[in-house]
Design a protein around this ligand. Structure first.
Ligand SMILES: [Zn+2]
Length: 486
């Protein structure tokens, strides 16, 4: 199938940051064949012509860190720091089943596609009653809506109480912590076998799916699991994704467990390579920044989640000053609580300004858009994120006649600081139109939300019960939290 998008304002995000005022895009199958001035566009027989004359074309946005089971818990979690919040969110997951994981992933995919996001990294953990903890359901949902996805299977093989700076809890609290451990952990070799079969069964880039290992965090995995997961990612030629030093408590576990920072320990294991992406990177050392950049790995910034959970500000300007390329994530919808990448870009470009008076290091609109396009694609070895010939045809068309772009002064600045996703009109993923006129094309939106509600309503009592059970951990976790901050 050959498609032409003509007379659009094209923001290519190519090496030269080229913006083409009156441009055309030719899509042949799932790849871009021509991106350039409309006047130089080859003539051909088109199966479809899209008039882009009042549109801005950008590469589809990339959400580089997210947890799809969280989509049904938006607005539910209390305002607490991560360690306490996590106890509630992990408890709520115990109430879910395959069909809940499916609709939760549908819901997030719908929000992302309608706001111009075409690739999602789903760092997936559901619960162990489901096959691959439910990750196959997320794959099915994102395929059904036509969202490109990288699904990193979350694995952990260390007991929860050994991964936080807390004395082994006793009594009721100990029982609940034990439940948390049993729900999440498994023997090292069992996880490695499970990742292998997950890869074998579901990894299929032609069907939009990249599968990869996603160790939960350095301190939550044995060295054997970290190295085993890295070896699998190398053998399959896929990414490796991990949480890194999100909170102060987590950062402290480096010296406690390894006598070194978490990142340096990971580097000693030989795991820090170009295919590695690390989510958060808040409580890291200046040398960690250098190592990540030198090894060509990608730090992923999650500004909304870091604010929502009070985790802190990641040293993103340091990464950029060191020549690093950064990805951007929404993180799960119960620590954000949205999946809108325009919100994420705007926050990323704003929140660092008050920490650093040196305005020359402030994050520019161009850098924020790079994080969400070409740098995100590079993090996962995907051939998208740039509009140029040969790339995958993941393209977003935004309406130009909206307040965000009127009058048009600087398109990239306005994309980052003015747009909120509501100008998104047409979205193509892999050459297929998956959003037209701002609506999903592959599923009825009203039916989708009705189905989410139908499945969620009967779950409410079980979710409430699980969260009540988890509440017994709050005093101990709260004490730990305040101790960590002295
Ligand atoms: Zn996360």
């Amino acid at each position: 199938m050959k498609q032409l998008i003509e007379h659009a304002l094209i923001v290519t995000m190519n090496e030269r940051d080229e913006v083409i005022e009156d441009g055309s895009l030719v899509i042949d199958g799932n790849r871009l064949q021509y991106v350039g001035p409309a006047s130089g566009c080859p003539r051909d027989g088109w199966d479809r012509v899209i008039d882009g004359s009042r549109s801005i074309a950008i590469p589809g946005l990339i959400n580089a860190h997210n947890h799809s089971p969280a989509n049904i818990f938006r607005g539910l979690m209390p305002t607490r720091p991560l360690e306490i919040w996590r106890a509630y969110w992990r408890a709520a997951l115990r109430a879910c089943s395959d069909e809940t994981f499916y609709v939760s992933a549908l819901l997030g995919a719908m929000e992302m596609l309608k706001t111009g996001c075409t690739t999602n990294l789903d760092h997936f953990f559901g619960n162990q009653n489901s096959r691959y903890t439910g990750a196959g359901q997320a794959v099915r949902a994102m395929r059904d809506l036509g969202l490109r996805h990288v699904v990193a299977l979350t694995v952990t093989d260390r007991p929860y109480e050994a991964t936080i700076p807390m004395e082994t809890p006793k009594g009721e609290t100990g029982d609940e912590v034990g439940r948390m451990t049993r729900a999440e952990t498994k023997d090292t070799q069992d996880w490695l076998d499970e990742i292998e079969s997950f890869m074998g069964e579901l990894h299929d880039p032609d069907r939009l799916t990249t599968c990869c290992p996603g160790p939960s965090a350095v301190q939550r995995c044995t060295d054997e699991l970290l190295q085993g997961a890295a070896a699998i990612s190398e053998r399959w030629g896929v990414p490796l994704h991990i949480h890194l030093a999100e909170t102060r408590s987590q950062g402290l576990m480096g010296p406690k467990l390894y006598g070194n920072s978490l990142l340096k320990h990971l580097d000693d294991l030989g795991v820090v390579k170009p295919n590695l992406s690390t989510a958060h990177n808040v409580w890291i050392e200046p040398e960690d920044v250098e190592i990540i950049v030198e090894r060509g790995a990608t730090p992923v910034h999650n500004p909304a989640s870091n604010l929502r959970l009070g985790s802190g500000l990641a040293p993103i300007p340091d990464f950029l000053a060191a020549g690093g390329r950064v990805g951007l994530g929404a993180d799960g919808a119960c620590s954000n609580d949205s999946q809108n990448m325009f919100d994420a870009m705007r926050l990323a470009a704003l929140i660092h300004n008050t920490r650093d008076h040196d305005y020359r290091r402030w994050i520019t609109a161009r850098q924020a858009l790079s994080m969400t396009t070409r740098w995100g694609a590079r993090a996962f070895g995907l051939d998208c994120g740039v509009l140029e010939p040969g790339r995958l045809a993941d393209v977003v068309l935004l309406k130009r006649d909206t307040p965000a772009f009127t009058p048009l002064n600087d398109v990239i600045t306005q994309l980052v600081f003015c747009e909120n996703g509501s100008s998104v009109d047409t979205v193509l993923v892999n050459g297929e139109v998956v959003v037209a006129g701002g609506r999903l094309t592959k599923m009825d939106e009203a039916a989708l939300t009705a189905e989410v509600n139908r499945l969620y309503e009967p779950l409410r009592p079980a979710i409430r019960k699980e969260m009540q059970d988890a509440a017994v951990m709050e005093p101990s976790l709260s004490e730990m939290y305040f101790q960590v901050f002295g």
